[in-house]
Design a protein around this ligand. Structure first.
Ligand code: GLN
Length: 267
């Protein structure tokens, strides 16, 4: 492979709540572990977003920063990102960025913030904030773990597929059980963490999309002693789920198991 794989972090100073920049670092780490040269490229707001990167990471942001980022990304400065996403570039949008890629965001102050209209969803800030651990099931059955903190409630449009189904927490709106959305190689979620550090399967789905577009083999060797896998299981256990069965463990049983050091499958 020629040029190193470049993973862009869009406006890290505006869209960087809860260390979402770590998603780019995790992606690059997982690519390198599979023998690919890869690097993180910060994309500050003072310059146009290049259209030719291999992947784009967009993090969460408070309402004010999010509004500023949305405005820039809708301007000429953001054209590169819009072109890249329309062309199927792999990307991850977290929380505020999920909202700004939708049709519109009505923020906490009642301002209407037009979105990039890349995702069929609308968001209104209302009611108490959704804060806490989330566990959600992906279509293949595996569990996502993450931390949510948002005032916006998102409703997916008729053409949008959810990324996962909420098992614990609120996800998109606390009502319909949907969490995030996926449109081809564009993954959007409310989960912080950073989410790719806690969910190696999701990270590798993006890794595969990146490699596929480079014409490289997409069969990934498992990573030995994968820290992502241990973190995933630890966070699921902390949220009261058995990582092996994917089922909720009752708090009493969980406490007893820990107290007597009995494994989840033990007698
Ligand atoms: N401003 C958005 C909200 O509160 C997004 C917050 C975030 O990105 N954590 O809904």
């Amino acid at each position: 492979m020629g040029e190193p794989i470049r993973v862009g972090v869009v406006y890290p100073g505006l869209l960087g709540t809860y260390g979402d920049r770590g998603n780019a670092e995790v992606l690059v780490w997982r690519l390198r572990r599979r023998g690919h040269a890869a690097e993180v490229v910060d994309l500050p707001p003072q310059q146009p977003v290049p259209a030719g990167l291999d992947a784009y990471m967009l993090g969460g942001g408070e309402d004010l920063n999010q509004g500023a980022a949305a405005k820039l990304l809708l301007s000429q400065e953001g054209r590169g990102l819009r072109v890249a996403l329309e062309g199927g570039a792999p990307a991850l949008a977290v929380c505020g960025s999920l909202q700004l890629l939708g049709e519109v965001y009505m923020d906490g102050a009642g301002r209407q913030v037009p979105g990039l209209r890349m995702l069929d969803l609308r968001t209104v800030a209302s009611g108490p904030r959704s804060v806490g651990e989330v566990v959600a099931r992906m279509p293949g059955g595996s569990l996502l773990t993450g931390f949510e903190n948002h005032g916006g409630r998102t409703v997916l449009g008729a053409t949008a597929e959810p990324l996962a189904t909420v098992v614990r927490g609120n996800g998109n709106n606390g009502q319909d059980g949907t969490e995030g959305t996926r449109r081809g190689n564009l993954f959007a979620t409310y989960l912080h963490g950073p989410v790719l550090a806690r969910n190696p399967e999701l990270a590798d789905a993006i890794v595969r999309a990146v490699l596929e577009r480079r014409g490289a083999p997409t069969v990934l060797e498992p990573i030995e002693d994968d820290p992502g896998a241990s973190l995933h299981d630890a966070r699921l256990r902390a949220a009261g789920f058995d990582p092996r069965t994917g089922r909720a463990v009752s708090p009493v049983t969980g406490w007893l198991r820990r107290r007597y050091r009995v494994s989840a499958g033990g007698r």
